[in-house]
Design a protein around this ligand. Sequence first.
Ligand SMILES: NC(=O)c1ccc[n+]([C@@H]2O[C@H](COP(=O)([O-])OP(=O)(O)OC[C@H]3O[C@@H](n4cnc5c(N)ncnc54)[C@H](O)[C@@H]3O)[C@@H](O)[C@H]2O)c1
Length: 346
Amino acid sequence: MGARIGVIGLGRIGSYHARNLLTTDGVDALVVTDVDARRTSDVASELDVESAADPDALLASGIDGVLIAASSSSHADLIEAAVRRDIPTFCEKPIADSIESSVRVLATAEQTSVPVQIGFQRRFDPSFVAAYDAVRSGELGWIHTLRSTTLDPAPPPISYIEHSGGIFRDCSIHDFDIVRWVSGREVTTVFATGSNQGDRGIADSGDVDTAATVLTFEGGTIAVVSNTRYNGRGYDCRLEVLGSADSVVAGLDDRLPLRSLDPGTSFPSQEPYTFFMDRFTSAYRAELEAFLGVVAGRRESPCTPTDAVESAWISEAATHSLREGRPVTITEVKDLFLHDKNKAHT
Ligand SMILES: NC(=O)c1ccc[n+]([C@@H]2O[C@H](COP(=O)([O-])OP(=O)(O)OC[C@H]3O[C@@H](n4cnc5c(N)ncnc54)[C@H](O)[C@@H]3O)[C@@H](O)[C@H]2O)c1
């Protein structure tokens, strides 16, 4: 018998996941909800699935697993509510919109044995998996540099940005997760910069529309992360892994949104990717198939809250670095967090 899965949050990615779940092996039934009642009824009737009035009702409706794709500012509370009911949980990145909530969710999850998977879909994309394997095989030698690029063609609505936790927690976090995962190393120091030339609303909500972050890893590998909300030519997502013996890249195909000016060059030859959904179609399916394996108890979570919190520390350091205009160590942000926590308790 297949699983009954709940979906909380039915915006861009939640409704997309819900559609994918309906055609994923091992799913028998869906129940959906959104804080916007109109959206709940629209999606439920479009997909011909059950709806629940709110997350509490959905979690109490006898589901085998839940997928959380609500706004980032609600992730922490929703994950905690799900694991407290012993429901295997998939939650979109980031695990929470602040480091305080991220650490709190990790502690709650660790008090239970309920599996939680965080939605870093690049870990399921064939080219990123090949980069991971290339590092493990030793064929690249030692890794001197990683270059991770995520350039969105156009910004999400300001209402989304306001609940996103900022570009480092919302967008760069994909890069921070993938450079950790592929390199197998931990970051020690973060130096970030950012700017605004687009919609004033982004600056007004305390965020930047373009950012660059330099990460130094233990052992000396350096990563350069590049992000923008305004890459008009298309969705550009690449990871270059450059080693002492060989170099590889994930995301360099004929749909790369870059126009070569070199005479006689016909690459890239096709229309650029326009959105993360057309770039990661198979990865989004594969991460849900993995989650169904987690729900059935056949496998462990492939991306745990511990992983997600490690990336959250990098986002936290980047946020401080941008604000203060200097390199910030991960140890420093962890110490600051502990100091603030102790102060709050005295
Ligand atoms: N992995 C990826 O590539 C990827 C891509 C896009 C979005 N995301 C993540 O998915 C989440 C949603 O992003 P989106 O682009 O779909 O945003 P969105 O704004 O389009 O949709 C969010 C939906 O959640 C609903 N919502 C908000 N709070 C809720 C709550 N407490 N309970 C129930 N519903 C609630 C909103 O009404 C809205 O319909 C974000 O956390 C984002 O970071 C991940």
